[in-house]
Ligand binder design. Structure first.
Ligand code: GLA
Length: 586
C-alpha cells in the first residue's frame, strides 16, 4: 500500500522524501487520442507528475446535467497518466481561471442573483457540492494511496486574489474530505502577503504561482508557512494571447534559469503549462480591465510542448535543467513530420439566414432578453424586430456583448464591437426587419466581470423610442448536421464569401495526420472539421492558423465547414505545413 504525506519540509512517498516535478496539461484542451503521447513526452522531459484543472461549466453545462465523456473523460485521462508511469494533481476549482470561459463557473449559476459566487452562500455551496462529489467520485479510487496516480487535490484557485471568506474554504474542505479524499490538500496564491493570508486555511499546504524571481517568491511563501514543502504550483513558463495583441513568448534561457533557481532551492514545481493545447469550440475566456480582451483559440502558451504536441527549444532547455536534479528516462525518438499543405475550393455555400430556422427555436418576447435569460450560454444568437423610421436615426443599445452585426432587411449596416466600447449606430431612413447577429466572444475569467450575461443588454432605442416585440433565436451549433443538410441542397459556392454564410469544402487524406488550417484570407468566424468545432478565427490575429488534431480526421473523405461572419475575398481553404501564431513583441 503506497503512502504519501507531508512530513516536516518534505512530501514523503513510501517513506522517502519526494520532489514533485509536474507539468500542466488540461485534458479538455487536448484530443483524447493525443493524451498518452503528450504525457509520455512530459516523462521524457524529466517530469514525474501531470497536473490538470477540472472545468465545472464543461462537465455540467446545465444544472444537474453531468457529463464526462470524450474530451471530458477525466477518469480515462487519469488512468492514462498512471499507465504512463506518472502521478497526477487534480485542481477541480470550483473556480479555475485558466483563460477558460467564465473561469470554469457555469453561467447558469449567475441567473439567480441571490447566489453568492465563491462565498459560503448556501445555494452556491449546494451547487458546488453536487459538482465536486461527481468529480471526486472519479478521483477517490485513483488516489495514490488507493493504487492510483493522484497525489494532491487543490482547493479553489488563487482565492486570496478574490475573497477572504474562510468559512467558504472550510466548507469546501468539508465537501472534499467528505467525498473520501485523503491525500494532502493544497491552495495556490500569488506570492503577496494579503493573498497568501486570505487564500488558505491551517491544514492546507500553501503554494505559490509565479514565473520568475523564484528565490524572493519562495521566501514570501516561507514567511506565511514556516514548515512544509515549498512548491510553485504554477510556474508560468509562457503566457496566453488575446485577439488583437501579439503572440506572447518568454525567452528560453531566462525561463530555464528561473526553473533552475526554483529547483536549486529544493522546491517542487508544476509548470504552467507543460502543454497548453487548444480552446476548441466556444470555450475560450476573456479579460476585461477596462477593455474587453477575448482569448484566442490557441492555448499554445509558448510551453515546452507546442500546441500540436511537438517539443520546442524550451523542452530541451528544461530537460537539461531537470537533469541536474533528477534521473531522466531514455529518450524515445520524436519524429515530427511537416503537416501536408494543400488548397481546396469551397464547393457549396448557404447564407446563415437560409438555415437559421433549423438551428434552434425562436422566442418571442416584448422586452429584450439576454442570451442567459434564454438559457443560451455560449456562441451566437439572432435578435429581430420591425423598425420604421422616415428620418435618419440612431440605434442605441444598453451594451453589446460582445459583437453585433446589424442589418435591416438584407442590407448589413455595420458592426458594434464591445472591445471598441460601441453601443450606437446611425441608420438612414429604414423600414423593415432589423436583425442583429450577436457573438458571445467568451466570458471573462478573472475579476469582477465573471458571470455577466451575454447577448444584447437592453433596452434598445431607436431615436429615443424603446424597441419592443423581439424575436430571438439562440443558435445551437453543437451539432452541425442541419447545416450539412442545407449545404447538400445548395448550389455551388460563390467566388467570394459575403457573411454571414456557411461554406463547405471536401478534401481527401491518405491517412489522418495533424493539419494547420490557414485562416489568413478569411474575416471572422468558426470552423468545423468532420463536425468537430476547431474554434474561432479572426483576421485580427495574432493567430493565423487553426490546429486540427489527427483524431478528428479520417482516411479518405473529410469535410470542412466554415461559418464566415464577415467576408472572405477568395472562396478557398488552405492548409499549411506549420502553425502561424502571429507576430511577437519586438
Ligand atoms: C493564474 C491562474 C491560472 C491562469 C494563469 C495565467 O495563475 O491561476 O488559471 O489563469 O494565472 O495563465
Amino acid at each position: 500500500m503506497t503512502t504519501f504525506e507531508i512530513v516536516g519540509d518534505d512530501f514523503v512517498l513510501d517513506g522517502e522524501p519526494h520532489r514533485i516535478l509536474s507539468g500542466a496539461l488540461h485534458y479538455f484542451r487536448v484530443h483524447p487520442d493525443d493524451w498518452a503521447d503528450r504525457i509520455r513526452k512530459a516523462r521524457m522531459m524529466g517530469l514525474n507528475t501531470i497536473e490538470t484543472y477540472v472545468p465545472w461549466n464543461a462537465h455540467e453545462p446545465v444544472p444537474g446535467g453531468w457529463r464526462a465523456d470524450g474530451r471530458l473523460d477525466l477518469e480515462r485521462f487519469l488512468r492514462t497518466v498512471a499507465d504512463e508511469g506518472m502521478h497526477a494533481i487534480v485542481r477541480p476549482g470550483p473556480y479555475i481561471c485558466a483563460e477558460w470561459d467564465n473561469g470554469g463557473l457555469p453561467a447558469w449559476l449567475f441567473t439567480d442573483p441571490e447566489v453568492g459566487i465563491r462565498r459560503s452562500e448556501p445555494r452556491f455551496v449546494a451547487a458546488l457540492s453536487r459538482y465536486l462529489r461527481n468529480v471526486l467520485d472519479i478521483v477517490r479510487p485513483l488516489q495514490v494511496t488507493e493504487g492510483g496516480p493522484v497525489l494532491l487535490v487543490q482547493v479553489e484557485n488563487e482565492y486570496g486574489a478574490y475573497g477572504d471568506d474562510k468559512e467558504y474554504l472550510r466548507q469546501l474542505v468539508e465537501v472534499i474530505r467528505g467525498a473520501g479524499i485523503t491525500v494532502p490538500l493544497t491552495t495556490v496564491d500569488q506570492p503577496q502577503d494579503d493573498m497568501l493570508e486570505n487564500g488558505s486555511l491551517p491544514g492546507l499546504l500553501k503554494t505559490a504561482s509565479f514565473g520568475s524571481r523564484s528565490r524572493e517568491r519562495l521566501a514570501t511563501l516561507r514567511r506565511h508557512q514556516p514548515t512544509g514543502p515549498l512548491m510553485c504550483s504554477e510556474f508560468w513558463d509562457g503566457w496566453f494571447d488575446s485577439w488583437g495583441t501579439h503572440h506572447h513568448t518568454t525567452p528560453v534561457a531566462e525561463s530555464a534559469a528561473d526553473l533552475d533557481e526554483l529547483l536549486a532551492l529544493g522546491a517542487s514545481v508544476n509548470l504552467y503549462m507543460f502543454h497548453g493545447g487548444t480552446n476548441f469550440g466556444f470555450t475560450n475566456g476573456a479579460n476585461d480591465k477596462g477593455v474587453y480582451q477575448p482569448i484566442v483559440t490557441s492555448y499554445d502558451y509558448d510551453a515546452p510542448l507546442d500546441e500540436s504536441g511537438e517539443p520546442t527549444e524550451k523542452f530541451w532547455a528544461f530537460r537539461d535543467v531537470i537533469a541536474k536534479y533528477a534521473e531522466l528516462p531514455e529518450l524515445e525518438p520524436v519524429v515530427a513530420a511537416a503537416a501536408p499543405s494543400f488548397t481546396v475550393p469551397f464547393d457549396a455555400a448557404v447564407p446563415l439566414w437560409a438555415v437559421a430556422d433549423r438551428l434552434g427555436e425562436w422566442s418571442h418576447t416584448d422586452e429584450l432578453p439576454t442570451f442567459d435569460e434564454l438559457g443560451h450560454y455560449s456562441g451566437l444568437g439572432l435578435y429581430r424586430t420591425e423598425i420604421d423610421t422616415a428620418e435618419p436615426a440612431v440605434l442605441e443599445f444598453g451594451e453589446v456583448r460582445d459583437r453585433a452585426y446589424v442589418s435591416v432587411g438584407t442590407s448589413r449596416l455595420g458592426v458594434l464591437a464591445r472591445d471598441h466600447h460601441d453601443s450606437a449606430i446611425a441608420l438612414s431612413p429604414s423600414r423593415g426587419t432589423l436583425t442583429v447577429l450577436v457573438e458571445d466572444q467568451g466570458r471573462v475569467d478573472y475579476g469582477p466581470r465573471i458571470g455577466e450575461p451575454k447577448g444584447l443588454i437592453g433596452p434598445v432605442h431607436l431615436n429615443g423610442e424603446e424597441l419592443r416585440r423581439w424575436s430571438v433565436l439562440p443558435l445551437q451549433l453543437s451539432s452541425i448536421e442541419p447545416v450539412r443538410d442545407a449545404l447538400d441542397g445548395a448550389a455551388g459556392a460563390p467566388e467570394r464569401l459575403a457573411g454571414p454564410v456557411f461554406a463547405r469544402a471536401g478534401f481527401e487524406l491518405d491517412e489522418p495526420c495533424p493539419l494547420f488550417l490557414d485562416t489568413t484570407g478569411w474575416g471572422k468566424g468558426v470552423a468545423w472539421i468532420n463536425g468537430f468545432n476547431l474554434g474561432r478565427y479572426w483576421t485580427r490575429g495574432p493567430q493565423q492558423t487553426l490546429y486540427v488534431p489527427r483524431g478528428v480526421l479520417r482516411t479518405g473523405a473529410n469535410e470542412l465547414i466554415v461559418l464566415e461572419l464577415e467576408s472572405a475575398a477568395e472562396s478557398v481553404a488552405a492548409f499549411v505545413p506549420e502553425p502561424r501564431l502571429g507576430h511577437t513583441e519586438v
